[in-house]
Design a protein around this ligand. Structure first.
Ligand SMILES: *Cc1c(COP(=O)(O)O)cnc(C)c1O
Length: 362
């Protein structure tokens, strides 16, 4: 490997995305020789002592970082959050019962579709009328729903719940793109789940953080691979877990803890997003796409007021080493994802490019 650095890449990718450099280095080492065992972390049994310790550490770090109640359980499964969309109704909706959902974006909409495959699904709040550019507020959750599901951060449209809905029925959240970005009161949730490939680690593992008292209550007969209670009772080892993704997630969570935990992550993320949003708001050439009070701290989205300028702007940020800020293919414009591992220096580089471009072309 070359040790000379080229232009530093400022990685704003929406996911998979930036991970801490020191985590990547450690992960690379362990790919060849895990902790002096002479074996790669991916060529040892998941039931070996070393890997069992990795799994236990990963599970305990999820709970420790989020301050979860002691009895909550953690499993890591394959299939992404997308399989989670189907696992949720299977595990929490009673046959003949119903589920309530907030539809606030692409992923939330997919969760609704999967729930409809399982049973009655009511959308009690939606921002579809304005192309998902805001977070619905003040909606009612029916008391007879088996659960209420929402998406804490809408990765594609760039909105985020700043306050979580209060719910008398079990609360379930897809936190894929802002888990570990801020403190949450885990005890309010029956289930928090998310794909690892944003703040937590590499793609391939999906984390489920569950209140065990809310599991196994539907009477629905499930395949053991889709049964969260089964996975929890087998300590996430019912079948072979995604060992490398769990390992690198464990390293990333350890990094977060060493940096000061989710309180420090929240402080850094607030500073990064303020820097970018202030720039968007100050320069007439750029415009935010969402309601200001609902702006995502993780995935700021914006457009250029004159789309004809995009090509020239693109050339300039690319030359500065900025990577991955084109908006999702379904939305267009720009999205600068700023996950936990992205340093504020990278945001400063992007902001400097925007300022410079506006000065020369405004
Ligand atoms: C990325 C993302 C998903 C999709 O996750 P997969 O692991 O690709 O299935 C789901 N929900 C949210 C909020 C996301 O950001």
């Amino acid at each position: 490997m070359s040790t000379t650095t080229q232009v530093k890449i400022h990685n704003f990718s929406a996911g998979p995305c930036i991970l801490p450099q020191e985590v990547l280095r450690k992960a690379a080492e362990s790919m060849i020789d895990y902790d002096g065992t002479g074996l790669s972390i991916i060529e040892m049994s998941h039931r070996s002592k070393p890997f069992e310790a990795v799994m236990a550490k990963a599970q305990s770090l999820v709970k420790e970082l989020l301050g979860a109640p002691d009895n909550y359980q953690v499993v890591f499964l394959g299939g992404g959050a997308s399989l989670g969309f189907h696992i949720v109704p299977l595990n929490y909706m009673k046959p003949g019962g119903k589920a309530a959902y907030a539809n606030t974006g692409e992923w939330a909409g997919r969760a609704v579709k999967e729930s409809k495959l399982v049973g009655e699904t009511v959308v009690v709040a939606s921002s579809e009328d304005k192309n998902f550019n805001y977070i619905p507020k003040g909606f009612d959750i029916p008391a007879d729903a088996d659960y209420f599901h929402f998406t804490s951060n809408n990765t594609i449209f760039g909105t985020q719940f700043k306050q979580f809905p209060k719910s008398a029925v079990p609360l379930i959240c897809d936190m894929s793109s802002d888990i570990f970005s801020r403190p949450v009161n885990v005890a309010d949730f029956a289930l928090i789940y998310g794909g690892a490939q944003k703040n937590m680690g590499p793609a391939g593992a999906t984390v489920y953080l569950m209140d065990p008292d809310q599991l196994g209550k539907t009477g629905r007969k499930l395949s053991p691979v889709l049964d969260l209670k089964n996975h929890a009772s087998k300590d996430s080892m019912y079948n072979t877990p995604p060992v490398y993704a769990v390992y690198v997630s464990m390293l990333t969570m350890q990094w977060m803890k060493d940096q000061g935990g989710v309180v420090e992550m929240e402080r850094r993320n607030a500073a990064k997003s303020k820097l970018l949003y202030d720039t968007i708001d100050r320069l007439p050439m750029f415009k935010g796409t969402t309601a200001i009070e609902d702006r995502s701290v993780m995935n700021p989205t914006f457009v250029m007021t004159d789309a004809a300028m995009e090509a020239a702007f693109d050339a300039q940020w690319k030359a500065a080493g900025v990577s991955g800020i084109r908006g999702h293919r379904s939305v267009g414009g720009y999205r600068a994802s700023m996950y936990n591992a992205l340093p504020i220096e990278s945001v400063q580089v992007l902001v400097d490019v925007m300022e410079d471009f506006a000065k020369k072309n405004g």
